[in-house]
Every structure is written in C-alpha cells, then in structure tokens.
Design a protein around this ligand. Sequence first.
Ligand SMILES: *[C@@H]1O[C@H](CO)[C@@H](O)[C@H](O)[C@H]1NC(C)=O
Ligand SMILES: *[C@@H]1O[C@H](CO)[C@@H](O)[C@H](O)[C@H]1NC(C)=O
Ligand SMILES: *[C@@H]1O[C@H](CO)[C@@H](O)[C@H](O)[C@H]1NC(C)=O
Ligand SMILES: *[C@@H]1O[C@H](CO)[C@@H](O)[C@H](O)[C@H]1NC(C)=O
Length: 446
Amino acid sequence: MPSFTSVLAAAAAFELATAAPWGPWGGHKGGPPGHGGPPPLPKSPYHEIGSNSTLLVELGPRPYYLVDNMDAGPLKDKLNSCKAQPKSTSSFSISHRGAPLEFPEHSKQGYNAAARMGAGIIECDVSFTSDRELVCRHSNCDLHYTTNILSKPELAAKCSSPFVPADPKNSSSMATAKCCTSDITLAEFKSLCAEMEATSLTATSIVQGTPYFGRIGTTPDYRTNMFSYSCAETMSLKDQIALVDSYGLNFTAEAKTPQVAMPFQGDYTQEDFAQQIVDTFNEAGISADRVWLQSFLPDDIFYWLKTSPAFGAQAVYLDERADLTATGYDEAVASLPGLAAKGVKIIAPSIWQLVAPDNATGTIVASSYAIAAKAAGLEIITWSFERSGPLENGGGYYYTGVNNLINNDGDEFYVIDVISRVVGATKIFADWAATVTYYANCFGLA
Ligand SMILES: *[C@@H]1O[C@H](CO)[C@@H](O)[C@H](O)[C@H]1NC(C)=O
Ligand SMILES: *[C@@H]1O[C@H](CO)[C@@H](O)[C@H](O)[C@H]1NC(C)=O
Ligand SMILES: *[C@@H]1O[C@H](CO)[C@@H](O)[C@H](O)[C@H]1NC(C)=O
Ligand SMILES: *[C@@H]1O[C@H](CO)[C@@H](O)[C@H](O)[C@H]1NC(C)=O
C-alpha cells in the first residue's frame, strides 16, 4: 500500500506536517529514523478516570491485530513501538453509539465497554418518547431493528406500522414494521432490550430467540450477538449522563431528526426538543464544556448558538449534504465559510468527504472539503471508524473515493492517520473505541 513518505509529502502540501506534536521517524525531535521520540507515558498503567477507580482502560486484542495486519512502513513501525505502552482515556476517541461493533448500540453494556476502551466522550443519540422523555436511540423510529419490541405483543401493538413478514418466495418482498420511540412511554421504552442493529429484512416471523431476538433482520457476520442474549439495557438520556459522569467522562448528544411530524402532539416543537436536551444536561449539573451537542439540522445548531452560547460553542454540525444530492458535496464545500461566519465552530462530515485519492502517488490526501473547512477556521470531527466491516475489498461507504487504495484491515490505521495528521481532525467517532484510543495514545493525543 501507499508509502508513508508520500503521505508526509501530502501533509507538507497541506501545511500541517509542521504542526505534528510528536517526533516522527527521522523527524525534528531527534532519535534515530524510524524510532522517533515517543509521547510521554501516562503516570500509571491503571489510569484512573474521575473518581471511579473501577475503570481500568484496556484496549483488548483488536488494535494489535490491526497493527499486525498493516503493510510494512514507518506508520506500522510507529504503531508497533507503542504496543507495550500503558493505555489511557483520550478525548480524541469518541464512542459512536456505545460499542456497536460487538454490543447492542446505545445500551448500558455498550457504553461501559466504550468507557473501558478509553473513549473520552460517549455518545447518546437523542429521541423522545410519547410522554416527552429523552432516550438514547440512533433513530426516532428504529425500535423494530434495534430492540426486541416486536416480541412484546402489547408494545408491538403500539408501533406506527405493524410487522409484516417477508415473503420467502419473493426476494424483493422485505419484512416491514415501523416502531418509534414516540409510540411508547419512557417506562415502556426502558422495558425493552437493546439488540444488534439489523441490516437485512428477511424475517418471516417474530420469535423470541435467534436469529431475530424479536426484531427484524439479522446481525451482519462481522458483528456478534454474543452480548445480546442477556438483556442489554436501554437508557434514557438522564441514565446515560449519570453513567458517563460516574466514569468522569464527557458527553456528546445528537438531536436525532424526528421522523414524526413536528410539532409532536400539536405543541412540542423542534426548538422545544433542542432545548430539552440542554435542560437535561443543566439539570444534571454538567457544564457545557463537557458536552458536544450534534445535529444534522443547521437550525438546531443556530438555535443553540443563540439561546445557549456555551453549548453552541461546542455544537457539531453533522454534514451529510454530499450524500443527499449529486451536487451536495460541492455545495457543502462552498457553504463552509458562510457557516463559520454564522458562528458554527465544529463541522463533522463522514470520513469519505475528508479524504481523496492521489492516483499519481497511490496515497490518500486531504479532500477539497477538508482543505476548505480548515481554511474557514472550522474544527473538524468525523464518523465513524469500525463501522464498515472487513476492508479487504475497499471498505464500502465510509471509504468512498479511496476504495481503490484500501485492501486490508490494517489500512484503517492508515486512514485514521491521514484524518488526524493530514486533515487535522481533532476527534474521531468509532464503533469500537479501542482502535482510535490506541492511535491517540501512541501519538500522545490527550
Ligand atoms: C472533559 O471536558 C473537560 C472540559 O472540556 C476537559 O477539561 C476534560 O479533560 C475532559 N475529560 C475527558 C476525559 O476527556
Ligand atoms: C414481490 O415483492 C415486491 C415488493 O413487495 C412486489 O412489488 C412484487 O409484486 C412481488 N412479486 C410477486 C411475484 O409477488
Ligand atoms: C463506577 O462505575 C461503575 C460501573 O458503571 C458503577 O457501578 C459505580 O457506581 C461507579 N462508582 C462511582 C464511585 O461512581
Ligand atoms: C483515481 O482512481 C480511481 C480508481 O481507478 C478512479 O475512480 C478515480 O476517478 C481516480 N481519481 C482521479 C482524480 O483521477
């Protein structure tokens, strides 16, 4: 795969290489080539976070597997040199939906796993219930494929759309249902078990047990149901804040775009929803500098900037415009200076929008989006590593545009490195926080 020398050349072209805080191979801070000055070690191998000394950060075998799987070169040497280094929490490492590579998303068990894997910031995607309580769920209407709701007849009966099985004789006839957080109360929501997100909708019946656990569809084979057999606990935003705070870690909460008509129940507006998220953190006594609010809706960001500037200052505009229309990417790039002028501080497109292939050198470089965001003075965050599954065939959606330069699992660290040192992102979401924490620890990113 691409040589690291050309990545450094690309970094220099992007005028960021000199900002690298560590002494690289053959680099400026001394030490023999290939063995540049290592980052300072954390004080204790058992890094204690906040007051909770039960949290001993450990990364498990996966990051080591990925390093072993990398193509030979200076980046692999650098990451290899950190294998024995004690591991610690990093705010560079954001847990995306908990730890959904292996644990049901937005479950207490998944958040615990993310904390243990060194995520400094843990995400709750926020949606509302019929009694207007806030809960952690990736979508307003995903209960039929992320919980066991369909196996509970009295709750399944409340779903916006009932379960209709797939026709096994017709491969284009998919199972359907639509169950929304806003269909049920908080108490009902908390009686559900979180389950692995399903991708294929071939269920012909709802049964309690494998492979459906009472939700539509099957778990992709690169994830696992191992942590789904005992009920993974669903959580309200308040529950999630208390848990994450007990670890002394920080928060990111996304106002999920409602899929029900707003104002909900006639008088609960989008602004009420955005405000309720802020109120929930305030009531829990969490200061705004520990909270990164997010939304795909620019009006949510502008609302927070206007009404709660301390929260607005760390609000993250999730940018998916490039995925929505053929001209969306160029329109998004063109809009960045204007967004910055309106007070937006942090922009968060998906990974692919930040990287581009340099076919002449066979390397991955910063995209025009990344260059424009940097030029506009925007801080960059991106999502989500460890979501793609195996990378030997190019890595799919998150690696769009650079698929031709991706052909093994170890290439994930190559792209993380480009995102960090060439693009200059300050934080990275991952579905398995250990991988990004390993990188952050190795490069001394606190
Ligand atoms: C949480 O955020 C505060 C304020 O930004 C920061 O001082 C602290 O280091 C952060 N903690 C972690 C674990 O990232
Ligand atoms: C198969 O299912 C699709 C989608 O529901 C439907 O449009 C089509 O008519 C079905 N074909 C037959 C032969 O039933
Ligand atoms: C530490 O974290 C564990 C696991 O979430 C929790 O049960 C415990 O109450 C926490 N302890 C403190 C002192 O916050
Ligand atoms: C780089 O190569 C890929 C794969 O061959 C191709 O799809 C893409 O258009 C090329 N990009 C440029 C800028 O030439």
